[in-house]
Ligand binder design. Structure first.
Ligand code: NAD
Length: 486
């Protein structure tokens, strides 16, 4: 290869941001226990969104390499499924220990490639770590059922069996958490795995793969292939892959769901969102404003559980003023800079898309209360920064309301009653999460019962369940019948 293939230790050297390196390393595939450079001639740049420096180059894995990864996973399956569950669990026990050891390194890599603040990057690692901890109790989770003497002298039992080779396709926004939603549960159940990280920030997956190997995962149990649409289509079509976990946009998710289901695969797709908060006039003012700001603008709004729409019951003006005041105090900066509240968005294209949707809101008659489009961050003038943006007087026919913005933009709407507010939420096509802020038990109970969203918060802005439950989502936010990790 004309491009120097540099080992993964390159990621491990120091707490220096990767953009300090002069030659961008090429990201390797993991096939059958070996970290190997791809023969692919085509590669795409992994770019630090705060500085535009090229962190690494990601190969578009060839079909032969993809087949080799699946074949390694298939070969590893028979002995791995027969490996005692206690041994499989112990590897997870070791993995959770060394993820903690290397949490700083993981977080720095996430900040460098994805842009979020170091604090958010640590959260990204921690929420994934909790799934690894959950996988440590797999023996109990995997217990079957037994009924004796169902008829004379006959007992019946059911057992939970691994499927074989499973695959995971990841989005860019949680580079550690989402791979950790996928492979630890799958492999501890006795499956083997082929992971395709996001092409935008593969580094955390590579560090996690190194750690999984160090923890004792046998060769071929976890494999990693890089690429974009062609690699994904290969995963959908491959006869040896039995199940797919996908997290990402609806365009990709519904394509994958249809294509993989047509091949008889089991598929779970977690997709887009437009999460609403309903704010009742009796809500506690300070706590609610703090929650809306944290959930609306944290991680630059690039969370699938970000609150992107606030529906105020009654007069919205004092609330919107309070929000704008708090947002002005937020510090937009490169994620590794001390005191940064939000970092850049992932790419120039993402920034352009977000800015266009803000403009469409203005053109459709919304009030631009706070405009973050022209923000300049000193020292990072080339970064993809969008400052906190608030659009008020938004209505549900506007483009900015119908589309997922996935940036630091909060839409404010007004309703005359709880019923009217809930009607707005329930008519939205997405149903990932929804929250209500109120001190009324009656309103809370009505919301909890009648809101159409997978994950429901009462005075909780981001109601994400811990791994002993499942991450759910309903309506267009999820396709499949089995949810992630719980
Ligand atoms: P994306 O759909 O662009 O990419 C996700 C994965 O799909 C990537 O690995 C990518 O290579 C692949 N892909 C993209 N387009 C494809 C195509 N046309 N054909 C085949 N493969 C394709 O998503 P993203 O921008 O990386 O992530 C942001 C999205 O993910 C948002 O919509 C967000 O709401 C969603 N998300 C959802 C959850 C959830 O749990 N519901 C969690 C995180 C992110």
């Amino acid at each position: 290869s004309p491009i120097p293939a540099i080992g993964l230790t390159r990621y491990s050297t120091s707490a220096q941001p990767s953009h300090k390196h002069t030659t961008p390393p090429r990201v390797r595939n993991l096939i059958g226990g070996e970290f190997v450079d791809s023969r692919a001639t085509e590669a795409i740049d992994v770019v630090n969104p705060a500085t535009q420096e090229v962190v690494s180059q990601l190969p578009l894995t060839t079909s032969e390499e993809f087949k080799a990864a699946v074949s390694a996973a298939k070969t590893a399956f028979p002995s791995w499924r027969n490996t005692p569950i206690t041994t499989r669990q112990r590897i997870m026990l070791k993995l959770q220990e060394i993820i903690r050891r290397d949490a700083d390194k993981l977080a720095m890599n996430i900040t460098t490639e994805q842009g979020k603040t170091l604090k958010d990057a640590h959260g990204d690692v921690f929420r994934g770590l909790e799934v690894v901890e959950h996988a440590c109790g797999m023996a109990t989770l995997q217990m079957g059922e037994f009924v004796s003497n169902v008829s004379s002298g006959i007992d019946t039992y059911s057992i939970r069996e691994p499927l074989g080779v499973c695959a995971g396709i990841c989005p860019f926004n949680f580079p550690a958490m989402i791979p950790l939603w996928m492979f630890p549960m799958a492999v501890t159940c006795g499956n083997t795995f082929v992971l395709k990280p996001s092409e935008k920030d593969p580094g955390a997956s590579m560090i996690l793969a190194e750690l999984a190997m160090e923890a004792g995962l046998p060769n071929g149990v976890l494999n990693i292939v890089h690429g974009t649409n062609d690699t994904v289509n290969n995963i959908c079509d491959d006869e040896d892959i039995k199940a797919i976990s996908f997290v990402g946009s609806n365009t990709a998710g519904m394509h994958i769901y249809a294509r993989a289901a047509a091949k008889g695969k089991r598929v779970q797709c977690n997709m887009g969102a437009k999460n609403h908060a309903i704010i009742m006039p009796d809500a506690s003012i300070d706590a609610t404003l703090n929650s809306l700001v944290a959930a609306g603008f944290g991680a630059a709004g690039q969370r699938c559980m970000a609150l992107s729409v606030a529906v105020f019951v009654g007069d919205s003006r004092p609330w919107v003023e309070g929000l704008a005041e708090r947002c002005k105090a937020l510090k937009v900066n490169a994620g590794h800079e001390p005191g940064a509240d939000l970092g850049p968005v992932i790419s120039k294209q993402a920034k352009e898309r977000i800015c266009n949707l803000i403009q469409s809101g203005v053109d459709d008659g919304a009030t631009l209360v706070l405009d973050g489009r022209n923000i300049v961050v000193r020292g990072y003038e080339g970064g993809n920064f969008v400052g906190p943006t608030i659009l008020a007087d938004v209505t549900s026919n506007m483009e900015c309301y119908k589309e997922e913005i996935f940036g630091p933009v909060l839409l404010c709407m007004q309703a005359d009653s709880l019923e009217e507010a809930m009607d707005i939420v329930n008519k939205n096509k997405y149903g990932n999460g929804a929250s209500i802020f109120t001190t009324s038990g009656i309103a809370a109970r009505k919301f909890q019962n009648d809101i159409e969203a997978g994950q429901v918060g009462i005075n909780v802005p981001i109601p994400v369940p811990l791994p002993f439950f499942s991450f759910t989502g309903s309506k267009a936010s999820f396709a499949g019948d089995l949810n992630f990790y719980g």
